[in-house]
Design a protein around this ligand. Structure first.
Ligand code: HEC
Ligand code: HEC
Length: 286
């Protein structure tokens, strides 16, 4: 019997779903298996303990390949976002979500792809999950205790020092933000807005990506970006006319101005208290 029970417990820890089925079929009277543990460092789960060798390998691979952009402690660097606050990392369980990003990259956003094997993905994921745990336990990021912020202070910051109103409005683009997003997702949007609302259009003037195209003739065309790839660029010019140009390397010359860069630059000014206060405030916008 011992021979059967032991591997069964191991399987339960590794594959909790299958483990439950086995448990249901276990004959009555048998010692109940150890409580199922939520594998991985996902949000709201128990933090998983990783062995030191895994973490050490993960740290090495991370430091050599990722630290350059995401920072030595994964809290964000020159060009890559904070991974300890990343929803991808928080919702990841066994490296599936992290692996997807790492293996495919996001070339259009500046994240290259890596040809890693499953072990390297597992090691890096362990390293990142452990970083989330350490940060949470140190109280660096109170991710699970998000509503500790002061909504009044958040409102004052939003309208004042934060400068948020130069691009946002709580009756416009951020109206009902509190109904639309869970607090943790809202915090994530403040820290790293990116996904969700499709392409910005000419109606959101303050937030649209604008573009200056300089043609070989010297003609300069300014407008709001419609789309761009290696072969063509299209925009809506100041008269509201749609214009498109084919591209051949640097001809015509294209300069993009993305207000998202300003939002991102603001991050360096926020304290954790600002972020908690802003989250608490925006969460009141039902
Ligand atoms: C050249 C810079 C660069 C390098 C090197 C890099 N990244 Fe990134 N990474 C980025 C950028 C920029 C983004 C944000 C992409 C976006 O906005 O969608 C990103 C996004 C991510 C995300 C998704 C975050 C989220 O919440 O959406 C994960 C996970 C990630 N990187 C992990 C890694 C790992 C692990 C490595 C090393 C194997 C790595 N990155 C190396 C630049 C980089
Ligand atoms: C220079 C302009 C600018 C400033 C200033 C700015 N943001 Fe943003 N913000 C943006 C842009 C651009 C987006 C992306 C919107 C999109 O992609 O649709 C964004 C997205 C967001 C989102 C996500 C909205 C959504 O529905 O996805 C939130 C929340 C947010 N910003 C909060 C803030 C807060 C809080 C401040 C002040 C501390 C601030 N922003 C300052 C430009 C700015």
């Amino acid at each position: 019997m011992i021979h059967f029970v032991k591997p069964c417990r191991v399987a339960l820890v590794l594959l909790s779903g299958i483990g439950f089925q086995m448990m249901a079929q276990a004959p009555p009277g048998q010692t109940p298996p150890a409580p199922a543990r939520h594998v991985g460092g996902g949000l709201g789960s128990e933090y998983k303990a990783y062995d030191a060798a895994t973490l050490e390998r993960g740290k090495k691979t991370y430091t050599a390949n990722c630290a350059f952009c995401h920072g030595g402690n994964a809290k964000g660097g020159e060009s890559g976002p904070d991974l300890l606050r990343s929803l991808t990392v928080l919702h990841d369980e066994n490296g599936e979500m992290i692996g997807k990003v790492v293996l495919n990259g996001r070339p259009d956003k500046g994240m290259p792809k890596f040809g890693f094997g499953p072990e390297q993905i597992a090691d890096i994921s362990a390293f990142l999950h452990d970083g989330v745990r350490a940060a949470a336990e140190r109280g660096t990021y109170k991710i699970l205790d998000i509503m500790v912020g002061d909504a009044k202070a958040g409102q004052a910051y939003f309208n004042g020092a934060g400068g948020c109103t130069s691009c946002h409005s709580v009756t416009g683009d951020l109206a009902h933000a509190g109904s639309k997003y869970e607090p943790v997702d809202l915090q994530q949007k403040i820290v790293m807005p990116r996904e969700g609302r499709g392409r910005r259009t000419a109606s959101d003037k303050a937030m649209a990506v604008t573009v200056t195209v300089t043609l070989p003739s010297g003609e300069v065309v300014n407008g709001i970006l419609n789309r761009m790839d290696d072969f063509a660029i299209s925009l809506v010019d100041q008269n509201g006319d749609y214009r498109s140009f084919s591209r051949d390397g640097d001809v015509p010359k294209v300069e993009l101005h993305d207000p998202m860069n300003a939002h991102t630059a603001l991050l360096k000014r926020y304290t954790d208290a600002d972020i908690h206060n802003l989250t608490a405030y925006l969460e009141t916008l039902k």
